[in-house]
Design a protein around this ligand. Structure first.
Ligand code: NDP
Ligand code: OXD
Length: 312
């Protein structure tokens, strides 16, 4: 019998038990704080933002499955055992959700929808004429599981696509690849709509700041769905205010939730969503966990194990 120690502090979490029971018949699914004793035998944690120190109190945990693709909510714990495998979520539901959100927001920026909504509130009949998609340069920062899914969703619309990643990618039709720090500036200079899909690591923190954002073409816009640490928000606001950038959609923030009195909420050129670009879906996620537990128990390498050195 497989034991799952589940931690999620959000309303609606009841949907997870039936999903696990369907994917893993006979599972012993324990919702925190009813994790029982570490002496109850081997277990797998499935968690989002667990309390600091909690995982270390259960040395019977064989691996931790992150409920999301990001792992900063786990690695922030100084007591997290250094040799415990952390498995990142990368199920189809997460990829589909991110592709939908990015498709929607790229179209919104391309078709000037944020400006239309502002004009509507002012009762202004403001007609704006967008360029053809084939003339709009979309750049995806981070070409991993989610970046690839977004590129696949955007490609049929004929956008001019590019992606930036840490390591070189094989040549592909319909997308230009940029790699590493040396090619970062060129990537920014050719990008009208930037989609941030990078993990939070020391290397990605503050990567978008006054210097780098200024390299983007005038009227470029930013969609950030990776992690909030990517952008210096004061610098972003300054470039929106001076007209260099035209708009931003921000789904992630260095501090979440964003404080109710934060002036960003009222900025005309900023659209805010509360970290919902893609939500881990119980059905596909439980199947993903079940599949990977089988691999671990068969002595095989599970998918998408966090490389602690790289940070993702
Ligand atoms: P992956 O690990 O599959 O991809 C990460 C990508 O980032 C890779 O292409 C990697 O390059 C690139 N990368 C990492 N560090 C650097 C760097 N220093 N310089 C250049 N490129 C870098 O992750 P996913 O696609 O699954 O997820 C990406 C992020 O999206 C998650 O870490 C999470 O933070 C965020 N997320 C947000 C959600 C939301 O609702 N807002 C939902 C789910 C995830 P390389 O290919 O060379 O390794
Ligand atoms: C994340 C997620 O990592 O929601 O942000 O999956």
């Amino acid at each position: 019998m497989t034991r799952i120690l589940f931690y999620l502090d959000e309303p609606g979490k009841e949907v997870w038990r039936p999903a696990f029971e369907a994917a893993m018949p006979g599972v012993d699914f324990r919702d925190y704080p009813n994790w029982g004793s570490p002496d109850d035998g081997p277990a797998y944690a499935f968690a989002w933002e667990p309390e600091l120190g909690l995982i270390a109190k259960y040395p019977n945990i064989r691996a931790v499955f992150s409920l999301g693709a990001g792992v900063d909510h786990l690695t922030r714990d100084p007591d997290l055992p250094a040799d415990l495998p952390i498995i990142r979520m990368s199920d189809n539901g997460l990829k589909e959700g991110m592709a939908e959100f990015v498709l929607m927001t790229v179209l919104m920026h391309h078709r000037f929808m944020p400006r239309m909504l502002v004009a509507q509130r002012k009762h202004k009949w403001q007609r704006l004429f967008p360029p053809r998609a084939k003339n709009v340069r979309v750049g995806i920062l981070g070409y991993g599981a989610l970046g690839i899914a977004c590129a696949q969703a955007l490609r049929p619309l004929d956008y001019r696509l590019a992606a930036w990643s840490r390591t070189a990618k094989p040549a592909e039709d319909g997308i230009e690849h940029f790699t590493g720090t040396n090619q970062f500036n060129d990537f920014l200079a050719r990008t009208d709509i930037l989609v941030g899909l990078l993990p939070s690591t020391p290397e990605t923190t503050g990567l978008l700041n006054a210097n780098t954002l200024s390299l983007m073409p005038k009227h470029a816009s930013i969609i950030n769905v990776g992690r909030g640490t990517l952008i210096d928000l004061d610098d972003l606001v300054a470039l929106l205010d001076n007209g260099h950038l035209s708009g931003a959609t921000l789904d992630v923030f260095a501090q979440e939730p964003l404080a109710a009195n934060d002036p960003l909420w009222d900025h005309e050129k900023i659209n805010i969503t509360p970290h919902i670009a893609s939500i881990t879906r119980p059905e596909t996620a439980a199947e993903y966990v079940a599949r990977n537990i089988k691999k671990i128990e068969a002595g095989q390498q599970p998918e998408n194990v966090l490389d602690r050195q790289r940070g993702y």
